[in-house]
Design a protein around this ligand. Structure first.
Ligand code: SAM
Length: 281
């Protein structure tokens, strides 16, 4: 069978199941099954598909129809050019988090001396590992509550050649984490508990610990606002990714006596998503 014909049929099936971007999902699945770059399929719809590739593709397609995230099926997610291996142990890194690391990099570029950063709630490790690649002198600490997520992140650190540069700490609070850091960056769980049951099956297949931020979604974020200042270098910063109206509310609750500067940033969809706070120094 030819790739183009398979793609048209598969994309129709995925659309019928309500999968977003059905064509793109079908292309990634077929490219992965065939072991070719996705764009080759578009350049040559007459590419023949072997029986083995077709079998693999059909398995992936069935999982996608059942609401499995594409990244779990492929086993990886591109994160600003880094290949991050993912599976059910971790949240799939989101495009907004690619924006978060851009803001983090802007801040770190302005710092002098040896850089130290903490990625809190590291999950797959995408945030910290991207920063470690961007800043070769950066000392990275990755803190995370889930042992399963730490195992996944440790595999990524190995695969990316960063194992010697990252220190992992398993914890559910900042209390045992020693600084000082130039930057504490986090994409904490921030979905209010009551909202979780209504999420899409795709999101619900991700670990609950990565989603559930407590009553108003801000349990972990508030803990970070409270405990970060004692772990930051002079002029160091806390940078968080949040959802909906949370960023403005949290920034407003950061006392000026502690935080010299607080700002929020919109993501590319115009949602006020990121909170930045810098302490005095
Ligand atoms: C939204 S996910 C972010 C994962 C990854 N940093 C990313 O951006 O893709 C939140 C992560 O925080 C972890 N987590 C949840 N509660 C935590 C806590 N109290 N302390 C530390 N980590 C926590 C979860 O296990 C999950 O890996």
């Amino acid at each position: 069978m030819k790739a183009g014909k398979i793609l048209i049929e598969a994309s129709g099936r995925l659309a019928g199941c309500g999968v977003e971007e059905p064509g793109l999902n079908a292309q990634w699945l077929l490219a992965d099954a065939m072991g070719v770059p996705r764009l080759n399929l578009l350049a040559d719809p007459d590419l023949p598909v072997s029986a083995a590739a077709l079998r693999k593709f059909k398995k992936g397609l069935a999982l996608k129809e059942q609401g499995e995230p594409l990244a779990y099926i492929l086993g990886w997610q591109d994160f600003r050019g880094l290949r991050i291996n993912v599976d059910k142990r971790v949240l799939v890194p989101r495009p907004e988090t690619e924006e978060l690391v851009g803001l983090a990099a802007e801040f770190l570029k302005g710092r002098r001396g040896e850089l130290a950063a903490l990625d809190y709630g590291a999950g797959s490790g995408a945030i910290g590992f991207w920063l470690a690649k961007e800043f070769p002198g950066l000392r990275l600490t990755a803190a995370e509550k889930s042992a399963r997520a730490i195992a996944c992140a440790a595999g990524n650190a190995e695969a990316l050649g960063l194992a010697k540069r990252v220190k992992f700490i398993r914890t559910a609070t900042l209390t045992p984490v020693r600084g000082p850091f130039d930057l504490i960056v986090s994409n904490p769980p921030y979905i209010p508990t009551r909202v979780i049951p209504g999420l899409s099956p795709e999101v619900l297949s991700e670990p609950k610990v990565a989603l559930d931020g407590g009553g108003d979604g801000l349990d972990v974020a508030r803990m970070l606002v409270k405990l970060s200042p004692a772990r930051l270098k002079k002029g160091g910063a806390l940078l968080l990714e949040l959802g909906g109206s949370q960023a403005k509310n949290l920034a407003a609750a950061m006392p000026a006596a502690v935080w010299k500067e607080t700002k929020t940033f919109k993501d590319l969809n115009g949602i006020e998503r990121f909170v930045f706070g810098r302490i005095h120094g």
